[in-house]
Structures are given as structure tokens and as C-alpha cells.
Design a protein around this ligand. Structure first.
Ligand code: HPA
Length: 273
């Protein structure tokens, strides 16, 4: 059980190490999308391992550090690499940085991930605005004693993905001439990819993409009253959709190919968040 004091100690360390930097926006950068942190001006870099009570990223292409600075005129704290349940962390540990960012002053979270398309109308390389998620069976970060300093015991998830921010993303994608899909993110813990039967079930239940991250962070952001904007990059068709095996999925390569459009869209949205 992580205590409120631990969150405060982590925030105090970052505040001190960054010379009192007060972020407005938390950027959670998923697999292959960490390069956006390289575009941050006058960056202050803090590896997770230096911060009290923090865990470090072990997933490939997850650098495991905060980058604080200015992007598109906004003060951001970017997570270059995140934590996943499949690394052996609890849902609370995975979402720990979200609450720390909130204590530092961030009121908005932009969260990104790589995913497999359940929706057969999608293609590899598509970018999807996350309008909602489904987490049916996997561990929930709010289980355990509630920390009322962050939010209520029973928190509302009706507008977890903030409608006004979704509208900003739609408008900015249109202005850039980009196609932006919209859909529901279905959460699996991994690390194995799903079975075709699991993907068929997820489709029946309303999922458009499948992924192994994001949901714990969004639940905690919602709980502590942060606005959320989520994007998912389709790096492969999910299991059974094409009949191809998924052992050749190169999330990082696909993300790098589609990265330019993705970073242009996030930068265009930032001033309006
Ligand atoms: N399933 C789950 N997570 C993923 C996938 C997938 O097919 N592709 C990238 N992340």
C-alpha cells in the first residue's frame, strides 16, 4: 500500500531537482513514442531510479525517465517510458507517477500507447482517439484503502476521456489533414499477445483496439480530477484478424514510421489543453 506521504516525498524530490518547475500537463509516452520528449525545450531530465519510491521501466524502448520543460508553449512533464503490469508491477505502482504529477501541479494528462486493431476497418499505422476503455478482469489501481486526498472512494468514470479535449483533437487532426479514428481501448495485461478468441470476445464487447497499458493511469487521473486526452497508435492487427502470427510485430518500427504525424497532432493540441 502506497501512502500519501510517499507520493508527497516523490513530488518534493522532483520539485527540488527541477528547481521548482510546475508542470501543467503530464505526457505519458508509450512504446515507440518516447521521441516526443526529445522535442521538449530546455529539458530537465530525471531518471525514475533517482526518485524516492519510484520503480523503473524495463520494457524495450521505455527510457524510464521524466523530461520536464516547455513544448508548444506549455509546461510539460513527460514520462519517457512507462510501467506495465506485465513487468511485475502492481496497478498502483504503474499509476504512481500520475498522482505525483498531479501533486506537482499537472491538471491534464495526455496518454499514448501502441495497440493491436480489433476493429477490422482499421489499418496498421492508424491513429485512434481513445473515447473510452474497457477493463473487465485485470487489477484496478484504486483497490485498497482510498486516499481521500486524491479523490473519492467511488469515482465517476462517465467522462474519464474528457469530451472537450476529444473535440480539440478532432479539430486539430482535421486542420492537419490527418485521419483520426475514434474508438474504445480494451485492456489486457499481457505480456503475451491475446488469443484470437479473446480478440473476438473483445470485439463483441465493444473494443476497437487491444493494449497492455494506459488504463491504470487513466483510472488514477480520473480519480484525482485530471482531464485526460488519449491516443492509440495501431502497430498491428490484433490476433486472428489476419491469420498472421504476431511474433514479427515491431511496435517500435511502426511507431517510428507514424511518429511524425503523431507528434504534430500532440503539439497542435497542447496549446488548447
Ligand atoms: N495486443 C496488445 N497490446 C499491443 C498489441 C496487441 O496486439 N500491439 C501493440 N500493443
Amino acid at each position: 500500500m502506497l501512502t500519501y506521504e510517499q507520493y508527497q516525498q516523490s513530488a518534493a524530490y522532483i520539485r527540488q531537482a527541477s528547481g521548482g518547475f510546475e508542470p501543467e500537463i503530464l505526457l505519458v509516452l508509450g512504446s515507440g513514442l518516447g521521441f516526443l520528449a526529445e522535442e521538449i525545450g530546455e529539458p530537465i531530465v530525471i531518471p525514475y531510479g533517482q526518485i524516492p519510491h519510484f520503480q523503473t521501466s524495463t520494457a524495450p524502448d521505455h527510457a524510464g525517465r521524466f523530461v520536464l520543460g516547455t513544448l508548444a508553449g506549455r509546461r510539460v512533464i513527460a514520462m519517457q517510458g512507462r510501467l506495465h503490469l506485465y513487468e511485475g508491477y502492481t496497478a498502483q505502482q504503474v499509476s504512481y507517477p500520475v498522482r505525483v504529477a498531479k501533486l506537482l501541479g499537472a491538471e491534464t494528462m495526455v496518454v499514448t500507447n501502441a495497440s493491436g486493431a480489433i476493429n477490422t476497418g482499421y489499418q496498421v499505422g492508424d491513429l485512434m482517439l481513445i473515447t473510452d476503455h474497457i477493463r473487465l478482469f485485470d487489477p484496478d489501481p484504486l483497490i485498497g484503502p482510498n486516499l481521500p486526498e486524491f479523490g473519492p472512494r467511488f469515482c465517476d468514470m462517465t467522462y474519464a476521456y474528457t469530451p472537450a479535449l476529444q473535440q480539440v483533437a478532432r479539430e486539430e487532426a482535421a486542420a492537419l489533414g490527418m485521419t483520426l479514428r475514434e474508438g474504445v481501448y480494451f485492456y489486457f495485461t499481457g505480456p503475451q499477445f491475446e488469443t484470437p478468441a479473446e480478440i473476438r470476445a473483445a470485439r463483441v464487447l465493444g473494443g476497437d483496439v487491444a493494449g497492455m497499458s494506459t488504463v491504470p493511469e487513466v483510472i488514477c487521473a480520473s480519480h484525482c480530477g485530471m482531464a485526460v486526452l488519449g491516443f492509440s497508435l495501431v502497430t498491428n492487427m490484433a490476433a486472428g484478424v489476419t491469420g498472421e502470427k504476431l511474433d514479427g510485430v515491431d511496435v517500435v518500427q511502426t511507431a517510428n514510421r507514424s511518429g511524425k504525424g503523431f507528434s504534430a497532432l500532440v503539439r497542435a493540441c497542447l496549446p488548447r489543453l
